[in-house]
Design a protein around this ligand. Structure first.
Ligand code: ADP
Length: 261
């Protein structure tokens, strides 16, 4: 027989253990649900362009489309666009699984954000011009390097800038900023675009989550961009946040630590 107070302690310990087991089961169920949803999303995203390709190929084979060079060319262009969709999707999926496999294995280096910004900007300059979007850079001359990975940071900025471009109407503006904090550097990508509602802000970093699927697809988006960005930021031990107001614009903030001296 255990004394009453020890019985009470034992009871509490058993309760805590039961709670922990329950939490573990719920976590596993949740992971399983995420995995199922992911597979179903991937299948759906692949099936749509494949069905379209099949339809156009069948029409080309069976119908008279081959007799008209214009029709045949139009159909082939649609098939090509669908193949490009599948290719981007597979590329993004591979990227996501590579990042997940490398989680915790990446070696951090001291990186300057400025050349990263110049490199990304050079690639996007033509797209900014095409949409008459003004670009501003807001960065003091003396800004510390950060601990990160040049490759990951290039990808992060490329993606944030691409989104800012996709979701900002013609004539808008995009501002990239760098701010020095005591032991951190904050990168901001701000646009004057369509904005994101509060409800959607909490979900945009999820795989395949899109506010407007049709629009995102038309812009060539896979819905995986921000999931990849979030993984990369976590991988280099930074943080990412979004602030946004519908019809006003969005600000994405990436914070990375400065190297320790
Ligand atoms: P997508 O390939 O659809 O752009 P992302 O993962 O990059 O996928 O983004 C997820 C969703 O978040 C987008 O579909 C869009 O609805 C929203 N979003 C992302 N960036 C912005 C932005 N700068 N302004 C408005 N909405 C955005």
């Amino acid at each position: 027989h255990l004394p009453k107070n020890e019985l009470g302690t034992l009871g509490k310990a058993i309760n805590r253990l039961a709670e922990a087991v329950q939490a573990n089961i719920s976590k596993r169920e949740k992971m399983e649900q995420i995995r199922r949803e992911f597979s179903s999303n991937v299948s759906h995203e692949l099936k749509t362009p494949l069905t379209s390709i099949k339809g156009y190929v069948e029409t080309l084979i069976e119908g008279g489309a081959l007799d008209s060079k214009d029709d045949a060319k139009r159909f082939l262009k649609i098939i090509e666009a669908n193949i490009e969709r599948i290719t981007s999707l597979v590329t993004d999926l591979l990227r996501l699984s590579t990042i997940e496999a490398n989680q915790g294995l990446i070696s951090l280096e001291s990186v300057d954000w400025k050349p990263v910004i110049s490199e990304v900007l050079m690639r996007q300059e033509i797209n900014l011009k095409k949409k008459s979007i003004r670009f501003n850079l807001n960065a003091p001359d003396s800004i510390s390097k950060v601990m990160g990975s040049r490759k990951a940071m290039t990808h992060i900025l490329d993606n944030l800038l691409q989104n800012a471009l996709n979701y900002t109407p013609e004539g808008g503006s995009i501002t990239v900023g760098l701010t020095q904090k005591t032991s951190q550097v904050v990168l901001t990508v701000e646009d004057t675009g369509i904005g994101i509602s509060k409800r959607d802000q909490s979900r945009i970093f999820e795989r395949f989550y899109r506010v407007d699927s049709a629009r995102s697809r038309d812009d060539g988006g896979t819905g995986l961009g921000l999931a990849i960005v979030k993984h990369l930021v976590i991988q280099i031990q930074g943080t990412i946040n979004v602030q946004s107001e519908l019809n006003k614009g969005s600000i994405f903030t990436v914070t990375l630590p400065t190297p320790q001296t």
